[in-house]
Design a protein. Structure first.
Length: 218
């Protein structure tokens, strides 16, 4: 086998190994998705405080089972009571997560529920957050006892899904990235590189042949 052919074979093998590594990394990539991940509430808070019942939906759009862990954060951290903090979702499965916010004072406040996705049996994963914003109105004693009930779910929800994508190397929080686009781009670039190298090797071989012909003619 000529040296040029050997170089092409070695490069082809390297390219295939690189592509297999990219494909494996794509398989390890998880997408975290929740529905109703942003809510703005306008409750009335009386002398006894107020309780607000809300929920969001956790969706597993991955091809593998994922473990879901939840924790509260922000100024509302100690005021949010989650129905559950850990469960497993099968591929294509979703679950409604109910929670209750207990307010004591009529003050603007904001918090989050962090939702961690990790592939079952693997470490690390990806996270996405549900954002909760509260703009309460203070009411008097009369309204507290005889007016509108303090337990309410008044507010506006975001109808869009919150997405986040990352690998199993560690928890990240980032915008959704299409794995197919990344693989397609890498494959295209590697294909162009292979074509360029083949052209360069072919030109080099032609130059050598031309030099030999010139030597023979001289």
């Amino acid at each position: 086998m000529e040296k040029s052919n050997l170089k092409v074979a070695l490069f082809t093998i390297t390219f295939l190994l690189f592509f297999v590594g990219i494909a494996q990394a794509a398989n390890d990539t998880l997408t975290a998705q929740i529905g109703g991940g942003r809510v703005i509430l306008y409750p009335e808070v009386g002398v006894g405080g107020a309780e607000i019942s809300k929920y969001f939906t956790v969706n597993n759009v991955n091809a593998v089972p994922v473990n879901i862990s939840l924790e509260t954060a922000g100024d509302l951290k100690d005021m949010i009571k989650l129905e559950t903090t850990n469960f497993i979702l099968q591929p294509g499965e979703n679950k409604r997560v109910n929670y209750v916010i207990k307010l004591k004072n009529a003050e603007n406040i904001e918090g989050k529920v962090n939702v961690y996705f990790s592939q079952v049996g693997k470490k690390g994963g990806v996270a996405v957050s549900a954002t909760i914003i509260v703009h309460p109105t203070k009411i008097g004693i009369w309204d507290s006892f005889f007016g509108k009930k303090n337990s309410t779910d008044d507010g506006s929800d975001s109808g869009t899904n919150n997405n986040s994508t990352g690998s199993n190397g560690g928890f990240v929080d980032m915008g959704k990235i299409s794995t197919g686009v990344i693989l397609g781009l890498v494959t295209f670039i590697m294909f162009i590189v292979v074509i360029i190298l083949l052209v360069l090797l072919s030109n080099k071989k032609k130059r050598k042949l031309n030099l030999k012909e010139n030597d023979w003619s001289s």
